[in-house]
Ligand binder design. Structure first.
Ligand code: PEP
Ligand code: MG
Length: 459
């Protein structure tokens, strides 16, 4: 099973062609058609239309699919695709998307996280499914059970419909916990927060009695753009986030590189992108880019309760350098007489083995920790989080990962730092009681998991 989720659905299926396959076929067909179109012999010139026609039929035959613009979907569907990228998912209307199945990706891939934010059942890493489907096929999926049935008969459809109704009933019952604060039976108040990639996702979760945003992934602002977003563009988004949520909004500085690229900036190809030029490394190496973001965050801090969080730290020097950049930006803003929160907290993601081993040193410098188990798992276990071939080895319940989690919490608490978790593990009901035992203070997760985790915490 590639996704732990308790929502179930039944829906008609729609398959979406991977953009790059379509483009490759289109470009080649046009190139060949143009050669015919330039020929002297009239008979041969007319063959251009044949080539175009063959190209069209080839595309349809080769994938047995309809190429769909996700923005045009206006009826309930299950999307089946090789993979979905932020630029695809941002266009779709979650109201109509009843489920998502992809051949690529794992539970920490963008598509899984996005689906959980919108409460859409998703299964990723389902190798070969595109070859078994035709556009318009009927598909049943139970994301919690990790089970898909193609062309189900009436009995199966009925069974899935029953499961769906049960899941909806459970979700309805869970809502009664929303009015309650997340307090453990021992009386500890836990902070229950959401992870988001934009303010739209925040709006969807505001009725869930959240204690704030534990992770605002700012990279989507960069990835869904045609240029590096300006200070004003970023300020508008962060300000809206601060105003939408009067409680803490933790803004993570840019985390591109690795599997996240930008359409308008060419990164040098790297042998090991996840070990390469990514996240804070880029920010520190491109001070202008970093300052633009920090100034926008600081300015927005005047409108709510914003915290700044740095990703991918491996040395205390990096943290000191990042904090110095914040000080430099603060100084500029003071000179410009622009208001901001002078006491804005600066914390860090705990997601590298180095940060675990140096947790006490970091705790002296950082205002708070957030354990980022998606990357922490991949780096502690040396297992690529997106490689479906080794997906079964990617295990956030591995004892080594839990030793790391325990060490981080111990170190943070020794210096009276609040320790949260914003990796997918925080939203996994099977992890909750153990994390509470270890003393985790804040659970931050995709909005779809909040109700389940609140119930577990209350006990
Ligand atoms: C993580 O690594 O656990 C995390 C929360 O960040 P991301 O998934 O964006 O890398
Ligand atoms: Mg990470």
């Amino acid at each position: 099973m590639t996704e732990i989720k308790v929502e179930k659905t039944v829906s008609r299926g729609v398959a979406v062609a991977p953009r790059n396959v379509q483009q490759a076929i289109d470009e080649t067909v046009e190139e060949v058609a143009e050669i015919f179109g330039q020929m002297e012999d009239e008979y041969m010139r007319e063959r251009k239309a044949d080539v175009l026609d063959i190209g069209k039929r080839f595309l349809i035959k080769c994938k047995k699919i309809t190429v769909q613009d996700l923005a045009s979907i206006c009826e309930p569907v299950i999307i089946v695709a090789r993979d979905l990228f932020p630029s695809d998912t941002v266009k779709m209307n979650p109201e109509y998307v009843k489920g998502i199945i992809t051949e690529e990706g794992g539970i920490t891939s963008h598509v899984s996280i996005m689906a959980k934010n919108y409460g859409i059942p998703a299964l990723t890493g389902v190798a070969g499914i595109l070859g078994k489907l035709e556009d318009g096929s009927t598909v049943c999926m139970d994301a919690a059970a990790g089970n898909i049935v193609l062309d189900p008969d009436a009995a199966v459809l009925q069974e899935f419909e029953k499961r769906k109704q049960e899941a909806l009933k459970e979700q309805e019952e869970l809502k009664k916990y929303r009015a309650m604060e997340a307090v453990t039976p021992e009386g500890k108040r836990i902070s229950l927060c959401i992870n988001v990639g934009n303010t739209e996702e925040m709006k969807l979760a505001l009725d869930k009695n959240i204690d704030g945003v534990g992770l605002f992934r700012t990279e989507f602002l960069y990835m869904e753009n045609t240029h590096f977003p300006t200070e004003e563009e970023q300020f508008a988004v962060y300000k809206e986030a601060a105003q939408l949520c009067p409680k803490e909004v933790t803004i993570r500085t840019l985390d591109i590189g690795g599997d996240k690229s930008l359409p308008y900036h060419e990164f040098e190809p790297e042998e090991n992108p996840f070990l390469g030029w990514r996240a804070i490394r880029i920010s520190l190496d491109m001070p202008d880019l970093f300052c633009t973001q920090l100034r926008a965050i600081l300015r927005a801090s005047a409108f709510g309760h914003i915290r700044i969080m740095f990703p991918m730290m491996i040395s205390v020097e990096e943290l000191v350098q990042a904090k110095e950049m914040v000080e430099k930006c603060k100084e500029e803003l003071r000179k410009e007489q622009v208001t901001f929160d002078e006491d804005v907290e600066m914390g860090m993601m705990m997601e590298t083995p180095a940060s675990v081993l140096l947790a006490e040193d970091f705790a002296r410098e950082a205002d708070f920790f957030s354990i980022a188990t998606n990357d922490l798992t991949q780096y502690i276990l040396a297992v690529d989080r997106g490689n479906k071939r080794i997906a079964s080895r990617y295990d956030s319940f591995h004892p080594a990962v839990w030793k790391a989690i325990a060490a981080i919490i111990r170190a943070g608490h020794k210096y009276n730092r609040k320790v949260g978790m914003c990796g997918e593990l925080a939203g996994d009901v099977n992890a909750v009681s153990k994390l509470l035992e270890l003393g985790l203070d804040e659970f931050s997760m995709s909005a779809g998991n909040i109700d389940y985790v609140r119930r577990m915490i209350i006990g």
